[in-house]
Design a protein around this ligand. Structure first.
Ligand code: KMH
Ligand code: ZN
Length: 271
């Protein structure tokens, strides 16, 4: 089986310091967390910008600082969010992509997101996809519900997006697809041939779905964006602690963990 790519989703847009006291917020804190996660086995870090007071932002300068500071510390792949936070405009959300990061996310449809609606108009999705392609940014397709994997397949057929595809199943958001084994098996069954996939289980779904991905040949995303607990009632001490556990479980299954360069190769990215 090919090596396991671990993505650390360090900060997100929704989690607060009240919920997780060790949440990295500033570019320095995010870069430190990225370094610790890379040491623990992460080959990708998924990053969101925040102002110092914790407010989510897609400010290009903040992302520039994050990318530069991570690069100074380690070779981990930096994947910027274009999801940003609910309510941001598409133009705002796309700003960090103009920095030509190695990788960026692209949400494949609209969905209820807790008590909010996460809007992704097809015209905006098309602009995001075209911009990323033109700038040579590797896309990770974010799939929150079944219609979105159907859209991935439809767009691939129409030539709006091109292989090699890498898809992230985000499972367990209230309002979207459940974080269950059955949901993951269905999503995987709908994947285009040859596409690679990763799973981000939300909350208590994080560990069981990560374990499934290790066994099934998928890849894994963990981190405070998706889950702040180590186990029920016990907060994780760091993002790296969550990465470390997945790396350990993978090795126990005789599945080695990919370095950033190995991850680039698996995903068809330039070295
Ligand atoms: N914050 C969510 C509304 C992404 O990063 O691409 C969207 C999100 C997806 O986090
Ligand atoms: Zn995100």
């Amino acid at each position: 089986m090919e090596k396991l790519i671990i993505t650390a989703a360090l900060t997100g847009a929704e989690v607060t310091r009240e919920q997780q006291p060790n949440l990295p917020i500033t570019p320095d804190e995010i870069a430190d967390a990225a370094f610790e996660c890379a040491k623990a086995g992460a080959s990708i870090v998924h990053v969101h910008g925040r102002y110092d007071d914790g407010t989510p932002t897609q400010d290009k300068e903040i992302y520039r600082q994050i990318i530069n500071k991570v690069r100074e510390r380690c070779d981990v792949i930096v994947q910027v969010s274009t999801g940003g936070a609910v309510g941001m405009t598409a133009q705002e959300r796309l700003a960090p992509v103009t920095l030509k990061p190695e990788m960026a996310t692209l949400s494949m449809g609209s969905v209820n997101f807790g008590n909010d609606v996460f809007m992704n108009h097809p015209d905006d999705m098309d602009i995001f996809a075209t911009t990323m392609k033109d700038l040579g940014v590797k896309i990770e397709y974010e799939v929150f519900d079944t219609g979105m994997i159907t859209t991935v397949n439809r767009w691939l057929k129409k030539g709006l997006i091109t292989a090699p595809l890498h898809v992230d199943f985000v499972l367990g958001i209230p309002g979207a697809m459940a974080g269950t084994p059955e949901a993951l098996m269905y999503m995987r069954s709908q994947l285009p041939a040859e596409a690679s996939w990763t799973v981000a289980g939300i909350g208590a779904a994080q560990l069981p779905l990560a374990t499934m991905a290790i066994i099934l040949g998928g890849h894994v995303r963990v981190g405070f964006e998706d889950n702040v607990y180590y186990r029920k009632g016990e907060l994780a001490t760091s993002n790296a602690q969550l990465v470390e556990r997945v790396a350990r479980i993978s090795r126990e299954h005789d599945r080695a963990v990919a370095t950033p360069d190995e991850a680039r190769k698996i995903l068809g990215m330039p070295a």
